[in-house]
Design a protein around this ligand. Structure first.
Ligand SMILES: [Zn+2]
Length: 88
């Protein structure tokens, strides 16, 4: 779905804007391996994008950890657990 952008490969590396645009696709493994390698390299070097990527993947993990029919009680409990951790 982002393959059209592959025509713009003159620049050797991806920049922050590019990473921001494809970050979710990247985390969903929806980008070409070659491109994914460039993103991974950028995330390694760029604190800003690396932080964003880890935030995204934490959210993704949390979402995929919940069952489709999870009740809101469990989410609430998880949420207060999380805020207790950060408030300590
Ligand atoms: Zn960056």
């Amino acid at each position: 779905m982002i393959s059209r952008r592959w025509f713009r490969r003159r620049k050797p590396d991806v920049d922050c804007r590019e990473v921001g645009r494809v970050l979710q696709s990247y985390l969903d493994h929806n980008v070409e391996p070659d491109f994914a390698g460039k993103i991974a390299a950028h995330l390694d070097e760029c604190k800003k994008c690396g932080l964003e990527a880890s935030t995204y993947s934490k959210i993704k993990d949390a979402l995929s950890a919940t069952r489709p029919e999870v009740d809101t009680d469990a989410i609430e409990r998880l949420r207060s657990f999380g805020s207790r951790l950060t408030n300590d």
